[in-house]
Design a protein around this ligand. Structure first.
Ligand code: ADP
Length: 161
């Protein structure tokens, strides 16, 4: 039985993340989407909100669960008996970033293997940060995030005005 973890900040979850989640759910017996803190990013949504938003979108995938996590990804994975770490690659920039993280994680826990899935177009061209940026200026982001997420995003940005 192979348990995989897909860690990320998901601020907010996008159609790109969801495409990866669905694809990864077919590759492993169980997939845990781990909502982590990226200390270099300022979050717009709380972990609880992110978990709820993702859960609503993955309800039809029986082997996927969503969990908030703290600390090192490798420690979370060990506690979950997970051996595969899933990440996405959109471009060359992601490659350099993901390679360094994968190396560090393997150095911290050699039993962990990172599997990177190539993002499919058009998902490869956007990020949560870019979506937040254009949403702030009033753009319709429903092509990039699920409808419920687009609504919550508009609401949150209005509160922050
Ligand atoms: P982190 O802050 O940990 O990078 P993100 O939520 O930004 O968290 O990204 C989590 C993972 O999802 C990363 O591996 C990233 O490359 C991938 N990812 C982000 N956006 C997309 C997208 N639009 N399509 C496919 N993969 C994506």
């Amino acid at each position: 039985m192979t348990i995989a973890v897909f860690p990320g900040s998901f601020d907010p979850v996008t159609r790109g993340h969801l495409d990866l989640i669905e694809r990864a759910s077919h590759l492993f017996d169980e997939l845990i989407v781990a909502v982590m803190t990226n200390t270099s990013k300022q979050a717009l949504f709380s972990k609880t909100e992110k978990v709820q938003l993702i859960e609503a979108e993955v309800a039809s995938l029986p082997n996927v669960r969503v969990q908030a996590a703290t600390g090192l990804t490798v420690d979370f994975m060990a506690a979950q008996h997970a051996t595969v770490l899933v990440r996405g690659l959109r471009n060359e920039q992601d490659f350099g970033y993901e390679r360094d993280i994968a190396w560090m994680n393997q150095s911290l826990k050699p039993t962990i293997e990172t599997v990177c899935l190539l993002a499919r177009p058009p998902y490869a061209y956007f990020s949560s940060s870019l979506i937040k940026e254009v949403a702030k200026m009033g753009a319709d982001v429903s092509a990039y995030v699920p409808d419920a997420v687009a609504q919550q995003l508009a609401q949150r940005l209005k509160e922050r005005e």
